[in-house]
Ligand binder design. Structure first.
Ligand code: 5CA
Length: 442
């Protein structure tokens, strides 16, 4: 892509309404534009990054055998009346009527709808277990939407639902998802800690929030520091290994605000290991057994002819919130550096232009063509701006690698810089090897 053709409305000034760095950067880098309170349009740069995050989330769901489907954003009020949540959900639910006066709503979550789909088609124990998920827009009429995409009214979420025959089997699904979440966040360049949490309006008695550390986060963290040292790569995805990993996490104290008891914390965690800080909730998983299957009559026949209500869990990841969360974690000293796995481009190509001398631009265009031929996604700065202005722009865009065509580049060796890292002089084929290798690691 040529930057002159890219739709990227960069802002010079930081908009005053943006209070935290992710919101500021997303507006300044032209990633989003507010359309009304808590509702945003995703512009090409922001959308491209969110799609990459979505794809990683999808791959890790598929890896544990979850199957993707797509439910609508608009749901019928009827099933919510069956579960009893139509009233309970209160003012956060956006209620709508169609021209026949039929009561509809913009889905804030999908427990009811997925249960309705499941009960209509699955009748026998033989079809279980199942995990189904979709990645779809949700709407919650938040009282105080703030911090840009962090807490907004319309947001993009992955929500998965598991169906099992017993509590014991359902916990295996829960643990698989626990592991898939740790892998997902790791691939996104984040360290997320699973913390025991309350279940709120979703219900149930077992729940974990996945939280990343950030001063601007709205969640409080009380944990044993050593939880950060657990190495998830030392586990594989066998049932036993997953169970062992869960045990390891359970060994260390880590709870959210609503589960926090000062006496417990001080008794269970030695002073030097106590961590009390703030974070951003990027995922939340729940086990609630038959909370929805019972009222919605979602049961299956067992081998002996008896019927049981299926045991369900639900598992959410805030895909659009993650764009902001990654920025909070990675944007420092006014320089953004996206993890390679979600960077909007693999590399930036920045020619330095001297007055009336376009030779560096011509050189860069040749390199551009060659990189494209090797399937490397490159953003070339073909404007005639001064080099320092170009660098300022790229500090916002956040591509982790730059090829700079200037005084330090010769005919066949080029200045190759890792943002916040080292600068080398490399041939084009060395640069390609490096970039392709990085990409394969993700
Ligand atoms: N049904 C369950 C699991 S699928 C559920 O809805 N869980 S949730 O309410 O915790 O939401 C899941 C994730 O969506 C959260 O962890 C958070 O990352 C994201 N999320 C929730 N509310 C918002 C919001 N208002 N703005 C942006 N992201 C949100």
């Amino acid at each position: 892509m040529h930057i002159s053709k890219l739709f990227i409305p960069l802002l010079k000034e930081t908009p005053s309404e943006a209070k935290i760095k992710s919101h500021q950067l997303m507006l300044r880098a032209g990633m989003i534009k507010q359309s009304s309170t808590g509702i945003y349009s995703w512009l090409p740069l922001g959308f491209k990054i969110m799609k990459k995050i979505e794809q990683i989330v999808r791959e890790e769901q598929d890896k544990i055998g979850a199957q993707e489907l797509l439910m609508p954003t608009i749901q019928s009020a009827e099933i919510w009346k069956e579960s009893g949540r139509y009233e309970d959900y209160g003012e956060e639910m956006l209620r709508i009527k169609d021209r026949q006066g039929k009561e509809l709503l913009y889905g804030p979550t999908n427990e009811e709808l997925i249960t309705e789909i499941f009960r209509a088609s699955i009748k026998s124990y033989k079809s279980l277990p199942q995990i189904l998920y979709h990645i779809q827009w949700k709407f919650r009429d938040e009282l105080r939407p703030r911090f840009g995409v962090m807490r907004c009214k319309e947001f993009f979420m992955k929500d998965a639902y598991s169906f099992d025959l017993s509590d014991e089997k359902a916990k295996i699904s829960y643990n698989k998802m626990f592991f898939a979440y740790l892998n997902t966040f790791k691939r996104l360049g984040l360290t997320a800690i699973p913390m025991a949490a309350e279940t709120g309006p979703i219900g149930g008695d077992l729940s974990h929030e996945f939280v990343i550390l950030a001063d601007t986060g709205e969640s409080k963290i009380y944990s044993d520091k050593r939880i950060f040292d657990i190495d998830i790569t030392s586990h594989n995805d066998s049932e036993k290994s997953i169970k062992d990993l869960r045990k390891k996490y359970d060994e260390y104290y880590a709870v959210t605000d609503d589960k926090f008891r000062k006496e417990d914390f001080e008794k269970k965690v030695k002073k030097e290991n106590q961590l009390m800080t703030k974070g951003i909730e990027v995922g939340h998983i729940f086990y609630f057994g038959d909370k929805y299957s019972k009222p919605l009559k979602c049961s299956v026949d067992l081998q002996d002819g008896k019927k049981i209500d299926v045991k369900m869990g639900s598992y959410g990841i805030g895909v659009s919130r993650l764009v902001g969360a990654i920025i909070e974690a990675k944007f420092n000293n006014n320089i953004m550096k996206w993890p390679e796995s979600v960077s909007p481009f693999d590399v930036a190509l920045i020619p330095s232009l001297q007055k009336n001398d376009k030779s560096n631009l011509l050189k860069a265009e040749k390199i551009y063509k060659s990189l494209k031929e090797s399937n490397i996604d490159v953003l070339i700065d073909d404007t005639d701006e001064h080099l320092s202005a170009k660098f300022k722009k790229f500090d916002l865009i956040g591509i982790p690698y730059q090829i700079i065509i200037g005084t330090k580049s010769t005919n066949d060796k080029f200045e190759f810089k890792e943002v916040n890292g080292k600068t080398e002089t490399l041939s084009l084929s060395e640069i390609k090897d490096k970039l392709l290798k990085k990409r394969n690691l993700n």
